[in-house]
Design a binder for this molecule. Structure first.
Ligand code: UDX
Ligand code: UDX
Length: 461
């Protein structure tokens, strides 16, 4: 397939949470480019061509529809598309390694390397290769070696262009990013490649928000951005434990410190813990790199961000058990929400996975409800499936339950008729608000025993 009417052929390998939305935005904003998204997963590729996209992301379908069939295409033919392309984004997944050296910490780069080898094998012309996946620092260097290992005379420029979008707000993050970061080698060729990539984003992102630097700084900035964001959550969560033991209220503390413009008010919501595919993985990756360079104190500092997150999840479950008279065996407990955050169906590293498993271990009867994530929840918990009920309606989920635990801050859970829910529950009825989204005084007045995060409990006994 030749695309002569277009200035450039852009290919993205990996049609996941990052590759799909990013390419849809590029295609919608740049009609002069032909954009193809390729993936080894044919089911996913089929779904991208329907109105039932493989991921739930508000506003995404509209963006896809704007370009699909015009200059946005989805394909399983990775090799054919590599041949045709001028610019290749690589957005395959880079999960934490589960085996061998660095297991549990470093990134598993097997898909990345396989992709690089596919590119070398079939490429017939020079190409710009863009790292979109989050990778450990200095991966670009390894990639360059693989790409140039065959001495074919074809040249590849490796660029790091980390993606900072957050799930649930991917479309607005892509449309109006705080910044776009592009790193290259500091050579004449590298600078030329950077200009081509800047040109893509400049179609809709103001120039002063497009920043360029060397490859290593770009790669490291992505890990550090996620580490800093996660660190804020662990910081506020650690203080939430202290608030629960004193008369202080974490929301008031967060508000008071957030008004200091040096601290800032965002990302200070205490919660049952952070989830998502990135935070834990990227911090452990950073920890591994620091250890590699013998920076043990630095590694330990960042590892504590993960430790506090695990502590927060564990503390939540222990609080439930303790409040419910130290036994939850045979008690029906409804989990409201299973996604790692609102407005996504994604459940990767969701704290709800940990909580559900712990409750099952304690022999509770767990009922899970979520507007978008039930299918993924069933997948995550398939080994303990016989002890769990998956229910789309929150009222049915709470019927006959001893407790509700709010796991995800979905808007629908803020406005439910909790009086009606209370009436259908066993007494005493408990509500554990893992996201602090409810008016706790109101809920207490209905009759619930209420356990927020980072505030004293409100109990009737
Ligand atoms: C992305 C980044 O790639 C990851 O490094 C970052 O930390 C998080 O965001 P994401 O888009 O969320 O990952 O991953 P996923 O939704 O799993 O998408 C990856 C896609 O790549 C999958 O659809 C998978 O089928 C595809 N893939 C994987 C290939 O096409 N070829 C492979 O060899 C491996
Ligand atoms: C994150 C980064 O924000 C994004 O820039 C990067 O590209 C990928 O990783 P994401 O994981 O999609 O994005 O969502 P994010 O909004 O950062 O939330 C991560 C987790 O932190 C969620 O579980 C969320 O509920 C939790 N969180 C967030 C809190 O517990 N409190 C907060 O104040 C904010």
């Amino acid at each position: 397939m030749s695309h002569k009417k277009f200035n450039k052929n852009i290919l993205c390998i990996g049609a996941g949470y990052v590759g799909g939305p990013t390419m849809a935005m590029i295609a919608a904003k740049c009609p002069q480019y032909n954009v193809t998204v390729a993936d080894i997963n044919s089911q996913k590729i089929m779904a991208w061509q329907t109105d039932n996209l493989p991921i739930y992301e508000p506003g995404l379908l509209e963006v896809v529809k704007k370009a699909r069939g015009k200059n946005l295409f989805f394909s399983t033919d990775i090799e054919g598309n590599i041949k045709e392309s001028d610019i290749i984004f690589v957005s395959v997944n880079t999960p934490t390694k589960t085996y061998g050296k660095g297991a549990g910490k470093t990134a598993d780069l097997q898909f990345w390397e396989k992709t690089a080898r596919d590119i070398v094998r079939v490429a017939e012309s020079d190409k710009i290769i863009i790292e979109k996946s989050t990778l450990p620092v200095r991966t670009a260097e390894a990639m360059e070696r693989i790409l140039h290992g065959k001495n074919t005379g074809i040249h590849f420029d490796v660029i790091s262009n980390p993606e900072f979008l957050a799930e649930g707000t991917a479309v607005s993050d892509l449309e109006n990013p705080d910044r776009v970061l592009i790193g290259s080698r500091e050579t004449e060729r590298g600078r030329k490649a950077i200009r081509e990539v800047v040109e893509i984003y400049a179609n809709w992102v103001p120039r002063d928000r497009i920043i360029t630097c060397d490859v290593w700084s770009a790669e490291l900035s992505k890990l550090v951005a996620n580490a800093f964001l996660a660190q804020r959550i662990s910081s506020i969560n650690s203080i939430s434990a202290l608030c629960e033991r004193t008369e202080a209220d974490i929301k008031k503390v967060a508000h008071a410190i957030g008004m200091d413009s040096r601290i800032g008010s965002k990302f200070l919501n205490a919660s049952v813990g952070f989830g998502g595919s990135c935070f834990r993985k990227d911090i452990l990756n950073l920890v591994y790199i620091c250890e590699h360079y013998g920076l043990h104190e630095v590694a330990q500092y960042w590892e504590n961000v993960v430790t506090i997150n695990e502590y927060q999840e564990e503390r939540f479950v222990q609080k439930m058990i303790h409040a419910m008279f130290n036994t939850i065996a045979q008690k029906r407990i409804a989990l409201f929400g299973f996604a790692f955050k609102a407005n996504t169906g994604d459940t990767r590293e969701s704290p709800a996975i940990y909580v559900a498993r712990k409750l099952v271990e304690e022999r509770a009867l767990v009922v899970i409800t979520d507007p978008e994530a039930l299918q993924n929840a069933e997948q995550d918990l398939k080994d303990v499936r016989q002890n769990i009920v998956f229910e789309s309606d929150p009222f049915t989920a709470a019927q006959g339950a001893h407790a509700i635990a709010i796991m995800t801050e979905w808007d629908v859970y803020k406005t439910l008729d909790y009086k009606k829910i209370f009436e259908g529950m066993e007494k005493p009825a408990f509500l554990f608000d893992g996201r602090n989204i409810l008016d706790h005084q109101e809920i207490y007045k209905i009759g619930f025993n209420v356990y927020p995060i980072g505030k004293p409990a409100l109990t009737h006994f």
